[in-house]
Design a protein around this ligand. Structure first.
Ligand SMILES: *[C@@H]1O[C@H](CO)[C@@H](O)[C@H](O)[C@H]1NC(C)=O
Ligand SMILES: *[C@@H]1O[C@H](CO)[C@@H](O)[C@H](O)[C@H]1NC(C)=O
Ligand SMILES: *[C@@H]1O[C@H](CO)[C@@H](O)[C@H](O)[C@H]1NC(C)=O
Ligand SMILES: *[C@@H]1O[C@H](CO)[C@@H](O)[C@H](O)[C@H]1NC(C)=O
Ligand SMILES: *[C@@H]1O[C@H](CO)[C@@H](O)[C@H](O)[C@H]1NC(C)=O
Ligand SMILES: CC(=O)N[C@H]1CO[C@H](CO)[C@@H](O)[C@@H]1O
Ligand SMILES: CC(=O)N[C@H]1CO[C@H](CO)[C@@H](O)[C@@H]1O
Length: 436
């Protein structure tokens, strides 16, 4: 029997539609990444660069779900190298969470990774000519609510045999001078960039070649190199560029879209551009097919990419990004400055920087950590003890006792953390997902 047309279409999309999302809300090409599910739990218990209980030790072996019993700044002297089948669940850290500072991170050995709610701030002591995050090889990676800044080469760069990556709800900021780059996104394997803020990078915000979905992002204060740069090489590109917000800032001297040639095939729609740096949102939706992008091959319809449920218009995307982008469970002063002072000025404040340790950024800290008992005197002279340390976890399986009891688990049985619950996630993932 021949299937009616609609049924055939439905069957064709069935496998990916049914695949479990990496976590509720995961979207784009990297949405069905499984990370460390099926592996063991590793609890990061200190802020040391190396050694047992450190983040470096945690990511050094595959098949791990990594949670945090501490918050604060992890100062790294050499690059972190992430292995395969890893989930880094930064939202489990107490206090203001985790900032990794001092060098960059490589995911080039790290297929199948989930990375959430953590800050990677490389800084000028990092390896010269290296990125804050690099992916040169691998597939199925998702970055969610990650704040990335201060790359010495690019800030977040994907270049090589890489497929099925999502960067969603992230902040990619302040690529350091003299290069000052957001990043290259160059792969035929599919990269989705969704609801992410590119801010204060002179150029490559991003520069794209290959298969790219760029939806509901905000690009602020790019420099003379360019905002969204369309690849202009011999390679073929296929991009959806939908409902993004572009706002010029003090460093901006060039329009939002530049370069591109006939090999850059793109569907462009609903992108808003406010070029006048006057502190009010008074721009216009770009007529893509007119100036500044005239050499690309415009498509009449969007490519059938995973796309985004809950697509917003560009104005709503700006509000959303301001409220949620980056490691926003508890924003640090860097992200707060970028979002409130700079982006919030709608064109008046912003700069590319060469030294993040001086004003206005003043380095990565302080980050409220996980071992502090802050004693606060209220106006009525009552003592309020704010417990910022990690909650009690008797069986040391990464899930606090209170959550285990409330969810029918055994607070004295460490084996239940990695068991798969009826909704398909490991119990410890359900705990982590419940935090955000
Ligand atoms: C972490 O570093 C501190 C300070 O160097 C050291 O005392 C401690 O032993 C280290 N912890 C581990 C588990 O290596
Ligand atoms: C890391 O370095 C910063 C200064 O840049 C410092 O404030 C912080 O205490 C250091 N963290 C650790 C765990 O040593
Ligand atoms: C990663 O997980 C996949 C799927 O479970 C498995 O086939 C593969 O061997 C794992 N990789 C490593 C390095 O353990
Ligand atoms: C990327 O995702 C697509 C669609 O789910 C899948 O067909 C393809 O095999 C994936 N590629 C890799 C390398 O996992
Ligand atoms: C954008 O979306 C918001 C929220 O749905 C709506 O209030 C607003 O009117 C929309 N703006 C435009 C220009 O369509
Ligand atoms: C290397 C470079 O050209 N950096 C520029 C980045 O943008 C700022 C602001 O426009 C300039 O001052 C830098 O010279
Ligand atoms: C729509 C748009 O961005 N147009 C710009 C194209 O480039 C010229 C020259 O830089 C600008 O003047 C236009 O505003």
């Amino acid at each position: 029997m021949r299937l009616p047309f609609l049924t055939a279409v439905a069957l064709a999309v069935l496998p990916s539609a049914l695949a479990l999302a990496a976590f509720p809300g995961a979207q784009g090409f990297g949405a069905s990444t499984t990370g460390g599910r099926g592996g063991s739990v590793y609890i990061v218990t200190n802020l040391n660069d190396t050694g047992s209980g450190s983040l470096r030790d945690a990511v050094s072996q595959s098949n791990r779900i990594i949670v945090f019993a501490v918050g604060g700044i992890i100062n790294i002297t050499s690059r972190l190298v992430i292995q395969k089948n890893i989930s880094i669940l930064g939202q489990t850290a107490p206090g203001q969470g985790i900032t990794v500072y001092g060098n960059g991170v490589s995911y080039s050995s790290g297929s199948n990774t989930i990375t959430r709610y953590i800050r990677f701030r490389m800084g000028k002591s990092g390896d010269s000519g290296k990125d804050a995050i690099t992916i040169a090889e691998g597939s199925n990676m998702i970055f969610d609510h990650v704040s990335i800044s201060w790359g010495r080469d690019e800030t977040f760069s994907i270049n090589g045999d890489v497929s099925n990556v999502t960067i969603q709800d992230c902040i990619i900021a302040q690529g350091l001078e003299t290069h000052s780059c957001g990043g290259l996104i160059q792969t035929d394997g599919g990269v989705s960039i969704i609801r992410t803020l590119y801010i204060d990078n002179k150029t490559r915000n991003p520069k794209v070649k290959g298969k790219n979905e760029f939806v509901n992002n905000v690009v602020y204060n790019w420099g003379g190199g360019g905002g969204y740069i369309a690849g202009d090489s011999d390679g073929q590109s296929y991009a959806n560029i939908i409902n993004n917000m572009f706002i010029s800032g003090p460093s901006t001297t060039i329009t939002a879209f530049t370069r591109g040639n006939a090999n850059f095939h793109t569907f462009v729609s609903g992108n808003y551009y406010d070029p006048d740096k006057d502190g009010t949102l008074n721009g216009h939706v770009l007529a893509a097919t007119t100036d500044n992008y005239s050499d690309v091959d415009f498509q009449a319809a969007a490519y059938a990419y995973p796309t985004v449920s809950g697509l917003m218009n560009a104005t709503a995307a700006l509000d959303y990004v301001k409220a949620h982008a980056g490691a926003s469970k508890s924003r640090d002063h860097v992200d707060t400055y970028l979002i409130s002072t700079e982006l919030g000025s709608l064109g008046k404040v912003g700069a590319t920087i060469s030294d993040p340790t001086v004003s206005p950024m003043n380095g990565p800290g302080p980050i409220t950590g996980g071992t502090v008992h802050a004693v606060v005197m209220t106006s009525r002279s009552m003592l309020t003890v704010m417990m910022r340390q990690a909650p009690t976890d008797t069986d040391n399986d990464g899930i606090p006792d209170a959550w285990e009891k409330a969810n029918g688990l055994n607070a004295n049985d460490a084996s239940d953390a990695v068991k798969i619950a009826s909704n398909g996630y490991a119990n410890i993932e359900n705990y982590a997902n419940s935090l955000v």
